[in-house]
Design a protein around this ligand. Structure first.
Ligand SMILES: NC(=O)c1ccc[n+]([C@@H]2O[C@H](COP(=O)([O-])OP(=O)(O)OC[C@H]3O[C@@H](n4cnc5c(N)ncnc54)[C@H](OP(=O)(O)O)[C@@H]3O)[C@@H](O)[C@H]2O)c1
Length: 297
């Protein structure tokens, strides 16, 4: 009996989630190449057995050392840190144009595209209203991807992802430093997903019979950032961080953290679970944290 031909898969921005996705794709069926920016990341990725190449999407002249005629693409590179547009996405789509045929692109976007929803439960029908430059860049990336995919007749799936946690992704350093958190009464709703569940969702999205659509990704149990830091501290046996009010927070929290505290929403994940047939391994923070501390610390 002849073996099924291998499928070529490119993971653009093959960092933490990319490595988890690659681990879910058996080498007998998938020929996976991971694209990273730096030599250090290339070496790290190669040491896991994934073909790794460098391409810096911020330097348009840099060409990647890969060749294939057709591929399935996971696009996980974040947008640049400033501006209202995702120029990395633009550079990548330009690189692809005419170079190969792409069956499907699965893109990790963020829930920041929705902006502040004042704590409401939101489905994918919620209008986009990004409040932060981070959210604007992600909306721009989504729009670019849609326009490109329609023009190239390529299938697309967009995953709107909230805070990712998991082994190696916990705020232990921040807790050790004793960086303050906002008092719980002032803290907006946030949503989360365990990194391993996200990787499984990405793979399901790549192989789903349903495409050209988008999903809210979340474990379905919104919480708040302060409670999250407290629970991680408790699980790690570290002191809970000091608490500040909104006014004090402006002086002591980083601009990045303050931007995360601007938006409040609760993400409805029912379309994700129903259409992709997902059964979450870690349906809430208690299950996910327990697993992190078994494996990691
Ligand atoms: N952390 C969260 O809570 C959260 C929430 C929602 C969405 N997301 C998004 O989810 C995605 C996957 O997350 P992750 O944890 O896997 O991120 P990660 O570990 O930081 O990986 C990001 C990857 O993108 C590559 N990259 C960055 N800039 C690049 C450039 N200019 N050209 C080419 N490659 C570049 C990095 O390469 P180097 O290592 O060489 O720099 C790295 O391989 C990211 O887009 C992230 O922003 C994260």
């Amino acid at each position: 009996m002849q073996d099924k031909p291998q499928k070529t898969v490119l993971i653009v921005g093959c960092g933490d989630i990319g490595r988890r996705v690659a681990a879910l794709l058996p080498a007998s069926r998938f020929d996976v190449t991971g694209i990273v920016r730096s030599d250090a990341s290339r070496e790290r990725l190669a040491s896991t057995g994934v073909k790794a190449v460098c391409l810096d999407l911020d330097r348009r002249e840099s060409g990647a050392d890969w060749e294939c005629q057709s591929a399935d693409i996971f696009y996980f590179a974040p947008p640049p840190p400033v501006g209202q547009q995702d120029l990395r996405m633009r550079a990548f789509l330009d690189t692809l144009r005419g170079a190969m045929s792409v069956r499907r692109i699965v893109y990790i976007s963020t829930s920041a595209v929705y902006g502040d929803c004042q704590g409401a439960w939101i489905t994918e029908a919620q209008p986009l209203n990004p409040a932060t430059p981070r959210g604007h860049r992600r909306r721009d990336a989504e729009q670019q991807l849609l326009a490109w995919s329609q023009a190239q007749a390529t299938q697309w799936l967009i995953l709107r992802v909230p805070g990712i946690y998991g082994p190696g992704k916990l705020p232990l350093e921040r807790l050790r430093k004793g960086t303050p958190v906002l008092c719980e009464e002032d803290t907006p709703y946030t949503n989360r997903i365990h990194a391993d569940d996200l990787a499984a969702i990405c793979v399901a999205a790549m192989h789903s019979p349903i495409f050209n659509t988008l999903y809210n990704v979340s474990d379905g149990h919104p919480g708040n950032m302060t409670d999250y830091f407290f629970r991680v501290a408790d699980a790690a046996g570290l002191p809970r961080p000091p608490v500040v009010n909104r006014e004090e927070a402006q002086a002591v929290l980083s601009p990045g953290m303050l931007s995360f505290l601007q938006d409040s929403r609760r993400m409805d994940n029912s379309k994700l679970l129903r259409e992709l047939g997902i059964e979450l391994q870690y349906p809430d923070l208690a299950a996910g944290l327990a697993a992190c501390f078994q494996e990691d610390i």
